[in-house]
Design a protein around this ligand. Structure first.
Ligand code: FAD
Length: 480
């Protein structure tokens, strides 16, 4: 407490930390307006700028996302935040003329059958016609319609669950590459309960995953009712000036908050009931009245190393990924730009795991006559790439798009991004491990909360939700 004003500190200035600060400030300001006392909030970010994984750059009229590029429109927290910041008119949807997606199989691009939702078929005719699967593979997937549900309370891996319901072929050739885009993970190691709890709920409710998914599609209109009209028909949405504009919107809204970038925290320790000492890289210490840690879990484990349960956080693995973003002249692209991109399953003999035709998917991403492409490299089991130079990454990405798309022209510019230890892998039993961690944390340091992408959802909307929930918990705790 400084000058008797309660001081709350948020560690980590990514989307989770900034959202936590925004909603904590909102609650504290409302409390102050209704007769409560003044307060102070600080956000401490180790790197020189805010936003964490979010990083948009502008280049000659291109809007280039080096981290996340969009989010699922049906997830409310990010849309609510856009409204809270007065930025709802900046939302934009995908190009309706580039809805197709492809998957590589046998060194060729196959159209993803229409009606797949998270890789689960909701229309059987196109699914049965696809060249991606063998007749036996299709038959095995259709068995989901008659297989009994499994009544088990424990967690299981996403891979085992999907193989059990739809068979190995659908898992390996369609679902895994699709979901790998979100987690870059090994589905046989990822927790079903933590990654796709809705799959499990569908099995319990509808017995069949396919029938459950078909039933859930009927609610789509309801789910998009909260969206501004301009983006109501888009599954994915982003901000037309890039996701960085959301970060800028948050930073502007936090103008009365003490925002500190370029200084890391090294330790968070209890000093007295309700009082926590935060120790900084430069050695200085501050005693504060509440803390929300939003760093990746391997960092949080270090900050809280005095707490035995922190070892549970240290066990969460993170995968490293790289992006090679390339710009071309339209004349150098030998095909129609009517697709958003393609996915590459494991064992197809390519380095890239996916390629987004960014400027076809997002019309704001490139100036007229130019094309922007984004290739992804790295996933669980394919982690040798950090030893490669940028030139090697570029050369492998160019070789793959040359082979698959026939693009042989020299790109007009290339951006390589290395996102080291950036994709958390929730292991089987993750929810239980996090619950145990939180129990011990609350008992030892009731006014310290730890949250973010390593906990309950990696997508931007989930991170915002988690930041907001942590802010509410801390706010309620200190104001009661
Ligand atoms: P971070 O963004 O990691 O922020 C944590 C912050 O803590 C960082 O800024 C870090 O510098 C700081 N920090 C670390 N240690 C310390 C310390 N000791 N002291 C102070 N500060 C510290 N999600 C989507 O919804 N859509 C997408 O399209 C999408 N694409 C993605 C593509 C890639 C390549 C990656 C890696 C992720 C993607 N995601 C996507 C996921 C999403 O971007 C992240 O889960 C989310 O941004 C994480 O936010 P966060 O605030 O929890 O963590």
């Amino acid at each position: 407490m400084s000058n008797n004003v309660p001081h709350y500190m948020i560690i980590g200035g990514g989307i989770t930390g900034l959202s936590a600060a925004f909603y904590l400030k909102k609650q504290m300001t409302e409390n102050e307006a209704s007769g409560g006392g003044p307060f102070r909030i600080s956000v401490v970010e180790k790197s020189p700028s805010f936003g964490g994984k979010i990083h948009t750059i502008g280049h000659d009229g291109f809007v280039i996302e080096k981290g996340p590029d969009s989010f699922l429109a049906r997830k409310r927290p990010i849309i609510d935040l856009a409204y809270d910041l007065g930025m709802e008119n900046e939302l934009t949807g995908t190009n309706p003329k580039a809805k197709k997606t492809y998957i590589v199989r046998g060194r060729k691009l196959h159209r993803m059958p229409p009606g797949l939702v998270l890789g689960i078929p909701t229309q059987m005719t196109p699914f049965m016609k696809t060249g991606l699967l063998s007749p036996l593979g299709k038959l095995r997937a259709a068995m989901d319609l008659i297989l009994p549900k499994r009544d088990i309370a424990e967690d299981e891996s996403l891979g085992h669950f999907l193989e059990r319901r739809l068979g190995k072929e659908v898992l390996e050739r369609i679902v895994e590459p699709l979901l790998a885009g979100i987690y870059a993970g090994d589905t046989y190691k990822l927790s079903l309960k933590s990654t796709f709890p809705q799959f499990r709920a569908m099995e319990q409710k509808n017995r069949s995953l396919i029938l459950g998914m078909m039933a859930s599609r009927k609610n789509v209109t309801e789910e998009s009712a909260h969206l501004p009209a301009a983006v109501r028909n888009s599954v994915f949405v982003t901000f037309r000036r890039g996701l960085q504009s959301l970060v800028e919107g948050l930073v502007d809204a936090l103008s009365t908050v003490d925002l500190r970038a370029g200084i890391g925290v090294v330790s968070v320790r209890r000093v007295a009931a309700g009082q926590t000492e935060v120790i900084f890289e430069d050695g200085h210490r501050e005693v504060v009245d509440g803390v929300i840690v939003t760093t990746p879990t391997y960092q949080a484990a270090k900050l809280l190393s005095e707490l035995p349960a922190a070892s549970k956080l240290a066990k969460i693995d993170y995968i490293s990924v790289a992006n090679v973003i390339m710009a071309f002249d339209r004349k150098d692209i030998p095909f129609e730009l009517d697709a958003s991109g393609f996915l590459v399953p494991k064992h197809e003999g390519y380095t890239i795991t996916a390629c987004t035709l960014t400027s076809a998917k997002w019309l704001h991403a490139a100036p007229e006559g130019k094309v922007l492409l984004r290739c992804y490299i790295g996933r669980a089991g394919e982690q040798e790439w950090p030893a490669w130079s940028d030139e090697q990454l570029i050369s492998k990405a160019r070789q793959d798009i040359g082979d698959l798309l026939g693009i042989t022209a020299e790109p007009s510019f290339v951006e390589v991004t290395r996102l080291m230890h950036s994709m958390p892998q929730y292991p089987v039993g993750h929810l239980e491990a996090i619950a145990d961690f939180n129990k011990e944390l609350t008992a030892a340091m009731p006014r310290v909360l730890v949250t973010g992408a390593g906990f309950h959802g990696v997508g931007l909307p989930d991170c915002i939700r988690q930041g907001k929930e942590a802010a509410k918990l801390l706010g309620d705790l200190v104001l009661r």
